[in-house]
Each structure stands twice: as C-alpha cells, then as structure tokens.
Design a protein around this ligand. Structure first.
Ligand SMILES: [Zn+2]
Length: 68
C-alpha cells in the first residue's frame, strides 16, 4: 500500500464508486469510515459514530437526501 497524493489509483476509484456520502455531514465516502448503517438494501457509511447516531434517529430524512 502506497499513498500517492497526486494521481488517482483506479482500484481505489472502484472501491469508492457507488458508495454513498455521509448524509449527515455531507462528507464524501472514505475507505477509512468504519461506522455504517444498513437502510433497506443500502449500506450508508459515516465519518463518525456521532453521524451514525444522528442518522439512526431519523434515517428516512437522510435517506431521502441520498435519493434512496
Ligand atoms: Zn459525518
């Protein structure tokens, strides 16, 4: 694993493709995210446990903002 600040690794792009952004704070999905909730058939990832808690309190509201 090397981290290249310039240029984009295709494999990494594939990993990020189709991932939903954190709907609570609007941060784009990152592979470092460890928090997630399953809403219906979609897995929603969060930057922090705080965002997950906020989502879990009102998943419909945030799912709507994701277009789910
Ligand atoms: Zn967040």
């Amino acid at each position: 694993m090397t981290s290249a600040p310039s240029g984009q690794a295709p494999a990494e792009n594939a990993a990020l493709a189709g991932k939903l952004p954190d709907p609570v704070c609007g941060m784009p999905y990152d592979t470092m995210y460890h928090e997630f909730s399953v809403y219906q058939n979609d897995t929603v990832y969060f930057c922090s446990p705080t965002c997950k808690r906020v989502f879990d309190k009102n998943p419909e509201k945030y799912a709507k903002s994701l277009g789910l």
